[in-house]
Ligand binder design. Structure first.
Ligand code: URA
Length: 239
């Protein structure tokens, strides 16, 4: 009889769609001070996180999130890239500059919204001198509880998921972003608009693609009851 050696293999990572979303917490609304303290405590926990040893050893900074913790509008991206890793702030590289312009086009500023990511650490790219990689399902499943807590505390009126990874993380849906964008979804009672990631717009500069993202933002502005000028309505439409 052959005895197999006992090997402690890690449990296979569950598919994200099988990881149930936490229930919406039933609690009294927090006072402003309690909310600030809870957010600061969450930030401390996230900055000290060592759950993914491979990412801990490659990261320069944990990228927690940035913006107004009372924001009505929250953007969720995929994961920090090289620039974000160095600066410890989401969306500060080329894609971030474009996101900042998109936010400005709505009449809001970066400081008025909240910006976070599915993953708080830059996905490592050993042996690769440049570029990014998509977060792995087990990395997403490990990090997502932090994002759920962020959203619970901020309690935005509208979420915007930037790209397929953000949609997959928040909704567990792997439907292509091309089919999903522009169609309202719901994340634990919060309306969620999926749209293209700004990095996609940098790769595909076609006016038609810019207009699609802008139409998604117009829908978001409408949902938030924001004023929309005629000029804003017509951005990226051919003359
Ligand atoms: N892309 C993302 O999805 N998030 C960032 O923070 C930067 C680039």
């Amino acid at each position: 009889m052959v005895h197999k050696p006992a090997v402690n293999l890690p449990a296979p990572a569950p598919a994200l769609a099988e990881v149930p979303l936490p229930a919406v917490p039933k609690r009294e609304p927090l006072s402003a001070d309690e909310k600030t303290a809870a957010f600061a405590a969450l930030r401390e926990r996230v900055l000290a996180c060592v759950k993914c040893p491979h990412l801990v050893s490659s990261r320069k900074n944990v990228v927690f999130g940035v913006g107004n913790i009372d924001a009505e509008l929250m953007f969720v991206g995929e994961a920090p890239g090289a620039d974000e890793d160095v600066q410890g702030e989401p969306f500060v590289g080329k894609a971030g500059e474009l996101l900042t312009k998109i936010i400005a086009a709505t009449g809001l500023t970066r400081a008025e919204v909240y910006i976070g990511n599915i993953l708080k650490c830059r996905p490592d790219t050993p042996g690769q001198s440049a570029g990014n990689r998509k977060p792995r399902p087990e990395e997403m499943a490990t990090c997502l509880p932090y994002l759920h807590e962020q959203i619970d505390l901020i309690c935005p009126k509208v979420l915007v998921a930037l790209g397929a990874t953000a949609v997959e993380g928040l909704l567990g849906k792997t439907v292509g972003i091309t089919r999903l964008r522009g169609h309202w979804q719901e994340y634990r009672g919060i309306p969620l608009m999926p749209t293209y990631h700004p990095a996609y717009l940098l790769r595909n500069q076609a006016m038609t693609e810019k207009r699609k993202v802008w139409e998604d933002m117009l829908a978001v502005m409408e949902k938030l009851g924001m004023p929309i000028s005629e000029k804003q309505r017509n951005y990226f439409l051919k003359a």
